[in-house]
Ligand binder design. Structure first.
Ligand code: FES
Length: 102
């Protein structure tokens, strides 16, 4: 993750997986790291439940880990785009200059 966009070329008809979890070593694209992040979060929640640090408030009230996964982009045309690197853009996966205020 970095606080500026990644300038990349997208090829018409190709599909890309933009990393949303910030854990990928292949930024700005997914390398599957979100699976380990999801597993860690779920294991942490399970362990907190086991030691009663999280109390159940009834059905449907249980804390659930965020399910991180990449955002799929299908390129409609060949294009050079700025993909968000800070993961804070309101126009993800594209940079909207939000990184300037972080
Ligand atoms: S890198 Fe520009 S908004 Fe994220």
């Amino acid at each position: 993750m970095k606080n500026k966009p990644y300038a990349v070329k997208l090829e018409k008809g190709k599909t890309y997986a933009w990393c949303q979890c910030a854990g990928s070593k292949n930024q700005p694209f997914c390398d599957g790291s979100h699976e380990k992040i999801n597993e860690k979060e779920n294991n942490l929640i399970e362990s907190l439940v086991d030691v009663n640090m999280i109390t159940s408030k009834g059905e449907g009230q249980r804390l659930i880990a965020k399910d991180e996964k990449p955002m799929i982009i299908k390129a409609e045309k060949d294009a050079e785009v700025n993909l968000c690197g800070c993961k804070q853009s309101d126009n993800a996966p594209y940079c909207n200059e939000r990184h300037l205020s972080i």
